[in-house]
Design a protein around this ligand. Structure first.
Ligand code: ADP
Ligand code: ADP
Length: 226
């Protein structure tokens, strides 16, 4: 089964704007995949629908074989989502945020604490576990969002513009982390408008513009004629 299978997905927002014009997209298990395109192309809309943050229009979406319309809970469990905006309760402590998220996925308290520790350590936030999230730097907030998306150990991680606005050092360390995570078997899909990011990280790329997929191919092929 594919990690993600989108067929003829169309999205019209309430104001009548057609953000997706019937797109098809396939992502294999284990892939490191970029949805690349300029601002306003439809990247966030696409991944928002997959992550249940945006209502779907017509068409079908399957995640790890589960249909978004009929098996939404299974779809959610297969996914970890890193949104573009920092969206925590900012007065909550870092460790509690992760434990709470694990609880949301039904993990027992002991396992929830173990997972929180594991991912805080992996993302270099263990020292900050007792700090309120509003006190963290921008780069730390990004890493916390990644940790939160991973506590239930999903098969696929979705990141919306993960490195937008972060400095080059943090960007590089996030790239290293994601590469390692992918090497251990997690499928990764990210949106980006940086060609360089897609090129250096991802095996496969789809290019979206004005709500249409205009190319989908392995990175090497796509950039050959560049
Ligand atoms: P991208 O992530 O590629 O920058 P988006 O998916 O965020 O693009 O947006 C695609 C288009 O849909 C843009 O033109 C945007 O203005 C529009 N759009 C996004 N959200 C809404 C909304 N809630 N209502 C109306 N239009 C929207
Ligand atoms: P509601 O029950 O209010 O409709 P949801 O069940 O969709 O809300 O989501 C509850 C919380 O869990 C929200 O904060 C949402 O952002 C988060 N969430 C939902 N799905 C996921 C996911 N796949 N990965 C990470 N967080 C998620």
């Amino acid at each position: 089964t594919k990690a993600l299978e989108i067929k003829q997905l169309r999205k019209v927002y309430d104001n009548g704007f057609e953000a997706l014009k019937g797109i098809d997209l396939d992502v294999e298990q284990g892939d490191f995949f970029a949805l690349l395109g300029p601002n306003g192309a439809g990247k966030s809309t696409t991944l928002g629908i997959v992550s249940s943050l945006v209502n779907k229009g017509s068409g079908t979406v399957r995640v790890c074989g589960h249909d978004l319309d009929t098996e939404r809970e299974r779809v959610k469990r297969s996914l970890g989502v890193v949104p573009q905006e920092f969206n925590f309760n900012t007065f909550e402590k870092v460790e509690d945020i992760l434990i709470q998220q694990a609880g949301y996925y039904g993990l027992r308290p002991r396992l929830a604490r173990q997972r929180a520790e594991k991912y805080l350590k992996q993302l270099d936030l263990w020292d900050k576990r007792d700090v309120q999230s509003r006190m963290l730097s921008g780069g730390m907030k990004r890493r916390l969002m990644i940790a939160r998306a991973l506590v239930h150990e999903p098969r696929m991680l979705i990141l919306d513009e993960p490195t937008a606005g972060v400095d080059i050092e943090i960007r590089r360390s996030m790239w290293r982390f994601l590469t390692q995570l992918n090497a251990e078997g997690t499928t990764i899909i990210l949106t980006t408008h940086y060609l360089e990011e897609a090129e250096s990280l991802c095996r496969n790329i789809a290019i979206i513009n004005h709500g249409e997929i205009i190319a989908q191919a392995p990175t090497k092929e796509l950039l050959k004629g560049k």
